[in-house]
Design a protein around this ligand. Structure first.
Ligand code: PLP
Length: 365
């Protein structure tokens, strides 16, 4: 067996990611909204960056500077966007490698201007407004507008490219017509003062898509930064009750190998204390059950409970760092040692599995 065929394998279907991208780009395009494809959720492989661009994304975005630099060094041709506020130590490379960055601190922007001067390079900034989610951005409207005007009037190399906001991250605040309209009102006030239109009014991430579907998003919003909705597509359907039929939810499949197959009691035997992670789980006694151990564990996917067995009748029992136990008592398919069991998953699993060196990534089209 070649090393490449070794399990566990994370199979990433580029055709499905392409179709998801294409669908969202068209859906939003109809309302004059372009898309920044966010690649951080899959740890930014070149293959996914390329397919997002083919699918029509206008920008490629990540919160991790090193991912953007890596993509650019590998030859990805697109304007890129850094969607986490810069660390001071990153500024030199940001000016060198990044076209657009999200910002909320004038002190940092001042340093970007200085570095731009050193490198004789321009840099575009999206100033972030906090609409109540309480992660990044300026909360007070007057301070926000004044900061935007300061950038416009005092910097030579840094350009006020636009404004944006981020929701449903820390404070779990829902994007609505009302809160996004505050961003748009600020945009209008800034545009009136600077006597030009801002290039970007960025209205959030995947969780803003329901407003697009309902055609209830303020008209001035012209950009969204989408990761999960393209890469996994499960959050809107499972958490928001917006099941977009056209979005593939099986873009990424985990394939793990059976290394033990035995009938065992479902209730541990002996004096119960703590598990491998210091927790005291509750065990249900279901009698003797047929179960399998797979060669993969929490170190790879962190959250076993959000893995989704793709074969009928398989249940997840539990996991330690390197083992995943499944109940196969009612499995529709006969399972043997060396067999491969497939799982779908949610975004957090994708985030960790794509980062695991023990998991081979295979791209299919
Ligand atoms: C991660 C992130 C996004 C993308 O979020 P999804 O839910 O994956 O669409 C957009 N904007 C910012 C600032 C982010 O950090």
């Amino acid at each position: 067996m070649k090393y490449k065929e070794k399990y566990p394998i994370l199979e990433i279907n580029l055709k499905k990611i392409y179709e998801n991208t294409n669908y969202i780009v068209d859906l939003c395009g109809n309302l004059g909204i372009n898309i920044a494809g966010v690649v951080k959720g899959v740890n930014a492989p070149l293959e996914v960056g390329e397919i997002m661009l083919e699918g029509g994304c206008r920008y490629i975005a990540s919160s991790r500077l090193e991912q953007l630099i890596n993509l650019q060094k590998k030859g990805l041709k697109s304007e890129n966007m850094l969607i986490r506020m810069p660390m001071i130590g990153e500024i030199e490379e940001i000016v060198k490698y990044v076209d657009i960055s999200l910002n909320s601190e004038l002190e940092t922007i001042n340093k970007i201007e200085e570095e731009c001067k050193n490198q004789n390079k321009k840099h575009k900034i999206i100033l972030m407004m906090d609409l109540g989610d309480l992660r990044e951005g300026i909360l007070d409207e007057e301070e926000f507008i004044n900061t935007a005007l300061y950038i416009e009037n005092n910097f030579q190399y840094v350009k006020l490219y636009g404004i944006g906001t981020n929701l449903s991250c820390y404070g779990s605040i829902k994007p609505t017509y009302g809160n996004l309209n505050k961003l748009c009102n600020a945009a209008i006030k800034i545009e009136n003062k600077i006597d030009r239109e801002l290039d970007i009014i960025s209205g959030g991430a995947t969780t803003t898509l329901p407003l697009v579907l309902d055609n209830n998003i303020p008209k001035k919003i012209n950009n969204l930064r989408i990761g999960e909705g393209i890469l996994v597509g499960r959050d809107l359907a499972d958490y928001w009750g917006y099941d977009i039929k056209q979005i593939h939810k099986d873009t990424i499949v985990l394939k793990a190998e059976v290394i033990e197959l035995k009938n065992k009691p479902s209730y541990p035997i002996g004096e119960m204390f703590i598990d491998a992670f210091g927790n005291k789980p509750v065990y249900e006694d279901r009698g003797i059950r047929k179960r399998a151990i797979l060669a993969i564990g929490k170190q790879d996917f962190v959250f076993p409970d959000s893995l989704i067995p793709l074969e009928e009748g398989i249940e997840i029992v539990g996991s330690s760092s390197d083992h995943l136990i499944i109940d196969i008592e009612n499995a529709a398919k006969k399972i043997e040692i060396g067999d491969i069991v497939n799982f779908g998953m949610f975004y957090p699993n994708v985030l960790f599995l794509t980062a695991s060196d023990s998991v081979n990534k295979e791209y299919v089209f």
